[in-house]
Design a protein around this ligand. Structure first.
Ligand SMILES: Cc1cc2nc3c(=O)[nH]c(=O)nc-3n(C[C@H](O)[C@H](O)[C@H](O)COP(=O)(O)OP(=O)(O)OC[C@H]3O[C@@H](n4cnc5c(N)ncnc54)[C@H](O)[C@@H]3O)c2cc1C
Length: 498
């Protein structure tokens, strides 16, 4: 089958055949939770057209994934609500399933796959996903393909590690241009015809028994959370005070491009200015695609690939794209920093979260300073409850607890201080992972790992030696307050805010 999905983004996970006599093509949406700008959906649509079978999208939400809580659930449900609405007018069967209790969803994928001519899913080389995909590949008797739709550079294009952002940027400057023309489709299900999905769930339809056993989430659950109290998921972390889902993501993107981007390079580090895009939760849940962000930015810049300036020395942060300085600064975060984190997971799997995976120089220097006296030392509970002596740190922790993210610059400070105030650097790593993944609605992401391990020296160079940090870069609240303005931030998240 001729495909518009770049071969580098496509992997067959088993050798089972395509079963053209079966009823539908199944897209098992597990990570790239969106129905636009998604190579996996493009592949599923292509399969459905070629096999002349209707398309079923299974969008399931387990209740026992690590750090599952009401916060993460609500955000994911918002996306499912948007998809249900958008799919209502399209020739597709959208099947949102919210597992009510651990294990209740077991068997659903297999049952659906029994009626599928082919199964397409998202390539997710992080966290529990690889194990889940391997298990599915073993069980299914039909072809299972995984498609990578994470970023502008295909996950499996680099065949090496990168130890600095600079070396990754050099790689991008050599290879990225080739992949910029490969865009997923903005509206894949509306371009050309798809076999009708009407009747799949009817009394005599192939999905009838499955829908009876694994009931699709109701509109009330998806939009108003009705019945969410019966879902066995931790109540310990409340939902964030903003909506998830592609519709909210697009509003935020528009607002960023129109109101904030022009100040991004100059004021990004300033918490009071708050000119970051705040798109990381939507990127994490797959509600928004890096390709769509890039496309909108390129339109705003009136940019075409021939603006790339190949004469700029490779690896330099500014100038290569041929865009305005704020846009180039933003792309450096969205592409260089976001995608370097994927590289580590693709190549090393969950080992990248282990302390021993840090660069040797960082482990050595941190070990040299492990016994340095700490003026302040806190355990997980004190950090969690924002009970340190430092009002700025406490404010950042409160932002994490209530908003589900921390302003980018303060996120670095947040991590550096955990390193400084923990008994050992190993404890600091555990505490950062626990708090970040528990509260951050963009947490449990390769960027969580890269941000947290950056605190401990990954992707960085050695700095002048200091107590506790050794040669690992240090940060202080006092100099942060000198460099950037935090008055409004402290008003919002300071002691009196709680
Ligand atoms: C201790 C620590 C923990 C972190 N945990 C997470 C996390 O759980 N999830 C997460 O997505 N990011 C994490 N980061 C990276 C970064 O702080 C956030 O991605 C960024 O603050 C998100 O804000 P934004 O969407 O406004 O970013 P913008 O400045 O608008 O950037 C656009 C996008 O680029 C990516 N990006 C920006 N900065 C970074 C960075 N430093 N590293 C990697 N990607 C980046 C994000 O996808 C972001 O949405 C962490 C950083 C640190 C130091």
């Amino acid at each position: 089958m001729a495909s518009t999905v770049p071969p580098l983004r496509l992997r067959a996970l088993n050798r089972a055949p395509i079963r053209g006599d079966r009823s539908y093509v199944l897209y098992w949406m597990i990570g790239q939770r969106r129905i636009a700008w998604n190579f996996a959906l493009d592949r599923a649509v292509e399969r459905a057209r070629a096999l002349r079978r209707p398309l079923v999208i299974l969008e399931a939400l387990r209740c026992d994934y690590p750090w599952a809580s009401l916060r993460h659930h609500r955000f994911a449900l918002d996306g499912m609500r948007d998809h249900r609405k958008a799919c209502a007018g399209l020739p597709v069967f959208h099947y949102p399933y919210v597992e009510p209790s651990p294990g209740a969803g077991r068997g659903l994928l297999e049952a659906l796959a029994h009626g599928a001519a082919a199964v397409v899913t998202d390539d997710m080389p992080f966290f529990f996903f690889p194990r889940m995909l391997e298990a599915a590949a073993r069980k299914l008797d039909v072809r299972l393909e995984a498609v990578d739709s994470h970023g502008l550079l295909p996950l499996r294009q680099p065949d090496r590690d990168f130890i600095t952002a600079y070396s990754f940027r050099i790689h991008l400057h050599k290879h990225l241009l080739l992949h910029l023309g490969e865009m997923p489709r903005p509206t894949p299900m509306e371009e050309g015809s798809l076999p009708s999905a009407v009747g799949l769930g009817a009394e005599d339809g192939p999905l009838r028994e499955i829908l009876r056993r694994w009931r699709p989430a109701s509109d009330d659950l998806l939009s108003a959370g009705a019945g969410l109290e019966e879902v066995a998921v931790s109540r310990a972390v409340a939902p964030v005070p903003f909506s998830g889902g592609p519709a909210a993501a697009r509003r935020r993107l528009r607002h960023f491009l129109e109101q904030k981007l022009s100040r991004y390079d100059a004021e990004r580090n300033d918490p009071d200015a708050d000119v970051g895009s705040r798109l990381s939760p939507y990127l994490h849940w797959g509600h928004l695609s890096a390709h769509e962000i890039f496309q909108r930015l390129a339109e705003q810049e009136d940019w075409t690939p021939n603006r790339v300036d190949e004469s700029v020395p490779k690896g330099r942060r500014e100038g290569w794209w041929g865009m305005s300085p704020p846009s180039e600064a933003f792309l450096d975060e969205l592409v260089t920093w976001r995608e370097i984190g994927f590289n580590a997971w693709v190549r090393h799997g969950e080992a990248v979260e282990h302390y021993d995976s840090l660069p040797a120089w960082a482990r050595e220097t941190l070990a040299d300073h492990e016994d340095d006296p700490r003026a302040h030392c806190y355990d997980l509970r004190a950090f969690d409850d924002a009970e340190t002596h430092d009002p700025l740190w406490n404010a950042a922790q409160r932002e994490l607890r209530t908003e589900g993210t921390i302003h980018n610059y303060l996120r670095m400070l947040w991590g550096k201080k955990i390193l400084e105030w923990s008994v050992t650097p190993r404890d600091a790593l555990e505490i950062m992972l626990e708090l970040n993944n528990r509260y951050a609605v963009d947490g449990r992401d390769p960027n969580s790992t890269s941000g947290i391990t950056w605190v401990l020296g990954r992707y960085d160079r050695g700095w002048p030696e200091r107590d506790i940090y050794g040669k690992v870069r240090s940060m202080s609240s006092r100099s942060t307050r000198r460099k950037v303005s935090v008055a409004r931030y402290l008003e919002r998240f300071g002691e009196s805010s709680s």
